[in-house]
Design a protein around this ligand. Structure first.
Ligand code: ADP
Ligand code: PEP
Ligand code: CA
Ligand code: MN
Length: 667
């Protein structure tokens, strides 16, 4: 700074509060130096810009490979000629162009990197087509599509807020969004291509989630999705990984139309480092998410406007007619249920965590049974909340993030999940205060299935990389709305297999139409919607692994106690946590047990911190007759569900198969 001794010198002058109140401060000119009568200040720092555009160009430093403004050619903000498109960007565009190529027009679309609004002013960068255009020229082949490749969360926030209705920043910084008409998965609209290979390999027919479709129909839907995506000004492309086991990592590409979808997958899949992204190459599997656009009901096999189609041969998935983001993550999970067993790796619909001593626990269970809630445990390292692999070397998470239910979320009960809802987190279908943007987690106006998707490192004690040694405890979670299963039982191997194959939980009827009967659901391997092979294949692998590792099986009822839904109440989360603590610590393994009637379950006489009355369900029921009736009713449902499996052999061990059949309810 030039002059001294004058408080008005320099850029940061100040005046006293008193002076401000009384009058304007007296303006004095510089003492000494240049003498002039004109009031002036020539001491401000020099500026590096001549125009507003130049000023704005200074704000954003060229950086990371994920920013759309990296290519000078596509930025349009710098007055000078920017650097030419880097080789890696050109390679990426060619790769995406191949992904988005119509199968009938022979050339991929013309792509430009970056947001159309910032690229509009400059010349387009054409991408070399896959081959020379043939006579089949179309308008869509003449237009350009902008590619927003692996944008950062901040960039995706801006895209969502600028262009997607229903996008808001909540008071804790999460991105609130709406998934549209579909607020949950559509399992009845999930189709898998049946070709010579998959016909022999996959589970088809009664009970199978794999509804067949032929290759030709898949191509019709794929073309519909690709044409829709290419008709847009811009599409989002995520190149990411699945599976933290480096030997069995899968490269996935997700092409989508919404920033919400791109941010969701950014959070849920494993995020590549900039170096990994440079060398990404060709993806192993590609999702075309054209969820805003419906499928055509006149197309063969289509029974609604929604279709989620998996083609294992082409390694592609097409989504039409649903914007629910969970379709992408669970669709890929299905693919892993096909690819991993081929490598003798067991895919698991389970949460997973690890204690300080390296003891790993798996939490199997259907939606809403507590995988996410109970694997997120402040005293243990979180490996993952939903999808895992169990290989020769141990467990690995398939994903890079968690997808927690938010309904009735409370800070005191689930502090780690609560705190993970911050900048970067996608908050689906929640309701918030228009002004303060505070979320009301009790509000079900949009749906009961409100969700938060966040990167796993948002949980403070997550284990990165998300891998661990072989599991010691295999916990089967069932939310029993009948209220007859004990809160905790120890299982032998045959019982573990019986309950794993059964995959029981109960859904409670909608509260609107008055309390109705709870509905039992049996979903093989606790994830029938995602498995690709016959359930006994996964069961045999689980039995073999549990036996080899000496893992213990447990059945935990996170549902009702003291009566069915409507008369009893849900077991307190605090009690379930105590039960889980006792499993982890090993104290339950050597406790004293007694056996229940009908189901033949071993139940402990006591668990620290849990009232003993609730450990034996009948004790918590006032109406003992009603208890007996309900127990028999549930046992009957188990029995008839298992009938389809009685003719199947599990593994090579004939004896185990017999034991499993005998491990069900006896009455
Ligand atoms: N005793 C309990 N054990 C586990 N979860 C409970 C219990 N009581 C209530 N809940 C609630 O049930 C829901 C379980 O859902 P979640 O953990 O997301 O299941 P999943 O991951 O298996 O789909 C959470 O909203 C949780 O707060
Ligand atoms: C994402 C899902 O899983 P969960 O409910 O098990 O968390 C889902 O089923 O759509
Ligand atoms: Ca979950
Ligand atoms: Mn799940």
């Amino acid at each position: 700074m030039a002059g001294k001794g004058n408080e008005n010198t320099g850029g940061d002058f100040s005046f006293s509060a008193a002076a401000a109140r009384d009058a304007l401060p007296r303006i004095t000119t510089e003492k000494g130096g240049k003498s002039t009568d004109v009031c002036h200040d020539d001491t401000a720092p020099r500026v590096n810009f001549q125009t507003i555009d130049e000023l704005h160009s200074l704000q954003r430093k060229r950086s990371a490979p994920t920013t759309p403004l990296r290519d000078g050619s596509a930025s349009g903000v710098s007055g000078t000629s920017g650097p030419t498109t880097p080789v890696s960007s050109e390679t990426m565009l060619q790769s995406v162009s191949a992904s988005l190529a119509s199968l009938t027009r022979e050339t991929g679309p013309k792509l430009i990197r970056g947001d159309p609004t910032s690229a509009a002013k400059v010349a387009h960068v054409p991408v070399t087509p896959r081959s020379l255009p043939t006579a089949d020229v179309s308008d869509s082949g003449l237009k350009f599509t902008h590619i927003l490749h692996n944008l950062s969360p901040a960039e995706l926030y801006e895209q969502a807020i600028k262009y997607e209705k229903g996008s808001f920043v909540t008071s804790t910084g999460a991105l609130a969004t709406l998934s549209g008409a579909k607020t949950g998965r559509s399992p009845k609209d999930k189709r898998v291509v049946k070709d010579e290979t998959t016909e022999a390999e996959l589970w088809w027919g009664k009970g199978s989630p794999n509804i067949e479709m032929d290759e030709q129909t898949f191509l019709v839907n794929r073309e519909r999705a690709v044409d829709y995506l290419n008709s847009l000004d811009k599409v989002f492309v995520n190149d990411q990984y699945l599976n933290w086991d480096p030997e069995n990592r899968i490269k996935v590409r997700i092409v989508s139309a919404r920033a919400y979808h791109s941010l969701f997958m950014h959070n849920m899949c494993i995020r590549p480092t900039p170096e990994e992204l440079e060398n990404f190459g060709t993806p192993d599997f590609t999702i075309y998410n054209a969820g805003k656009f419906p499928c055509n009901r006149f197309t063969h096999y289509m029974t609604s406007s929604t279709s989620v189609d998996i083609n294992l041969g082409r390694r592609e998935m097409v989504i039409l007619g649903t914007q629910y983001a969970g379709e992408m993550k669970k669709g890929l999970f299905g693919v892993m249920h096909y690819l991993m067993p081929k490598r003798k790796i067991l895919s698991l619909h389970s949460g997973c965590n690890m204690g300080k001593d390296g003891d790993v626990a798996l939490f199997f269970g259907l939606s809403g049974t507590g995988k996410t809630t109970l694997s997120t445990d402040h005293n243990r390292y979180l490996i993952g909340d939903d999808e895992h692999c169990w290989s020769e070397t141990g467990v690995s998470n398939i994903e890079g993030g968690c997808y927690a239910k938010c309904i009735d979320l409370a800070r005191e009960k689930e502090p780690d999940i609560w705190n993970a809802i911050k900048f970067g987190t996608v908050l689906e279908n929640v309701v918030f205060d228009e002004h303060t943007r505070e979320v009301d987690y009790t509000d079900k106006s949009v749906t009961e299935n409100t969700r938060a998707a966040y990167p796993i490192e948002y949980i403070p004690n997550s284990k990165i990389p998300c891998v661990g040694p072989h599991p010691k405890n295999v916990i089967l979670l069932a939310c029993d709305a009948f209220g007859v299963l004990p809160p905790i039982s120890k299982l032998n191997l045959a019982q573990t297999m019986y309950h794993f194959i059964s995959g029981y939980t109960a859904l409670v009827a909608g509260t609107e139409e008055g309390v109705k009967e709870p509905r039992a659901t049996f979903s093989a391997c606790f994830g029938a919607a995602f498995i690709m092979l016959h359930p006994t294949k996964y069961a045999a692998m689980l039995a073999e692994k549990m036996q080899a590792q000496g893992a213990t099986g447990w059945l935990v009822n996170t549902g009702w106690s003291g009566g069915s839904y409507g008369s009893g109440s849900r077991i307190k989360l605090a009690y379930t946590r105590k039960i889980i603590d006792a499993i982890h610590s090993g104290s339950l393994l050597n406790a004293s047990y007694r056996k229940t009637d009908i189901f033949g379950l071993e139940i402990p006489n006591e668990v620290e911190g849990v009232p003993s009355e609730i450990l034996e369900p009948i004790n918590a029921w006032e109406d003992k007759m009603a208890y007996e009736d309900t127990l028999l009713k549930l046992a009957g449902l188990f029995k008839s569900n298992f009938e389809t499996f009685t003719s199947h052999k599990i593994g090579d061990d004939g004896k185990l198969t017999e034991e499993i059949l005998a491990a069900g309810p006896n009455f």
